[in-house]
Design a protein around this ligand. Structure first.
Ligand code: SOE
Length: 391
């Protein structure tokens, strides 16, 4: 029987989401001819790799990502590393002939993302960017309703991703707070997801008409020891200067003519991890908030009489009947499931040896262009056309 061996590189917070996704769908997507195998977890911190491997049932532990990427036993590389390593590890994995699922942002800059996308296109590898929010069934259903004209022509999109994980000045300095290692702050960490959803629903962006960016906590203390994720650890007296945005916002115009208003913040106290949007169509409005991922609200001209109705999950929504055990009306699903649906789609593409289409490297590049255009618009205080960032 053919084995498809999976390796996750990066055993931090998001590595666990990858591991959970593969674990949830591995058995279902294996057939009598080919079996997905949870093969290796790799992290420079051996104990973190060992713990993740033990929790999710991966057979091997490694500390050298280059050895993993070049291991002929391994066919699938899932990259869950800090931003500055995404493009380097993905390029090495592509050169070694592996299939690659890479965390967002695909790269630190639009140019780096473009080069990686070109490399992927020249290869036979199946590649995907981690855009799991597209797979929240309510979000996927909203896209279908917008496409089928349920709220008329889309005219305005207000989208926000708000978190509070960096609001505490006592959180340690890390790669996230440095331009060279993160590419950007809230913009690249969580804004990347919101921009992907904006494109998913409203199509390509033409111009960033204006943008603002702020660093609200300009210095942070360096940890005494190692730190990962957003955890509190013992701090030294040494401070480092933060040069990535805590809050970034912009106004944008889509090629369809739709207007967009976007904001990402990592310092909004009380917001754990909230992606929300309001879509204004010519005949209706739709609202979604990821804190209630199992529903959305809609108001249609002449139908809801000026009020909103809540549409809860239904088995007919994308992903539900296909992937969850109890797909009744109103069964809520959350973050981990959306991540799992994405991984299941990726595994399906690998198993059928066909392109992965929903959240490609090209989508990762398009998001990278928009992120950099927002940075440029904020720095230079001028409108930036996305075509300025073509290569
Ligand atoms: C930030 O806290 C974070 O983990 C992002 O890095 C992830 O991409 C997002 O999905 C959840 O929040």
């Amino acid at each position: 029987m053919k084995q498809i061996n999976i390796a996750i590189i990066g055993a931090g917070m998001i590595g666990a989401a990858h591991a959970s996704g593969y674990r949830s769908h591995q058995a279902r997507l294996s057939t009598s001819q080919q079996q997905f195998v949870l093969h290796t977890v790799c992290d420079a911190r051996e104990s973190a790799a060992a713990e993740l491997a033990a929790v999710w049932g991966f057979a091997h532990v490694a500390t050298d990502w280059q050895a993993v990427v070049n291991d002929p036993e391994i066919q699938v590389i899932s990259i869950a590393l800090p931003n500055f390593l995404h493009a380097e590890v993905a390029a090495a994995a592509l050169k070694a002939g592996k299939h690659v699922l890479c965390e967002k942002p695909l790269a630190l800059t639009a140019k780096e993302a473009w080069d990686l996308t070109q490399l992927a296109q020249q290869s036979d590898s199946i590649c995907g960017s981690v855009f799991n929010y597209r797979r929240i069934p309510a979000v996927a259903q909203i896209k279908q309703w917008v496409d089928s004209g349920e709220i008329g022509n889309l005219q305005h999109l207000l989208i926000q991703y708000q978190c509070g994980y960096a609001a505490d000045p006592q959180l340690p300095y890390s790669w996230r707070y440095r331009q060279q290692t993160a590419g950007g702050g809230a913009l690249h960490d969580i804004g990347a997801h919101a921009i992907d959803i904006a494109r998913f629903i409203a199509g390509d962006v033409e111009t960033i008409n204006g943008a603002c960016s702020s660093i609200t906590i300009p210095q942070r203390f360096v940890a005494l020891g190692a730190n990962a994720g957003h955890n509190h650890v013992a701090l030294s007296n040494k401070r480092e200067t933060v040069d990535t945005d805590d809050i970034a916002s912009c106004v944008m115009r889509f090629t369809s003519g739709c207007q967009g208003l976007f904001s990402a913040s990592r310092v909004t106290v009380g917001m754990g991890n909230t992606l929300s949007f309001t879509l204004t169509g010519s005949t209706g409005t739709i609202q979604f908030n990821s804190e209630r991922p199992g529903e959305f609200q809609i108001s249609r001209f002449g139908r809801e009489n000026g009020a909103f109705v809540t549409v809860p999950n239904q088995p007919a929504f994308p992903y539900l009947s296909q992937w969850i055990p109890v797909p009744h009306d109103g069964v809520a699903i959350g973050y981990a499931e959306s991540f799992g649906f994405m991984i299941a789609e990726f595994m399906q593409a690998v198993s059928e040896n066909r392109p992965y289409r929903n959240g490609t490297f090209s989508d990762g590049f398009a998001v990278a262009q928009i992120l950099e255009a927002i940075q440029r618009a904020a720095e230079q205080q001028r409108p930036v056309a996305i075509r300025e960032l073509t290569f």
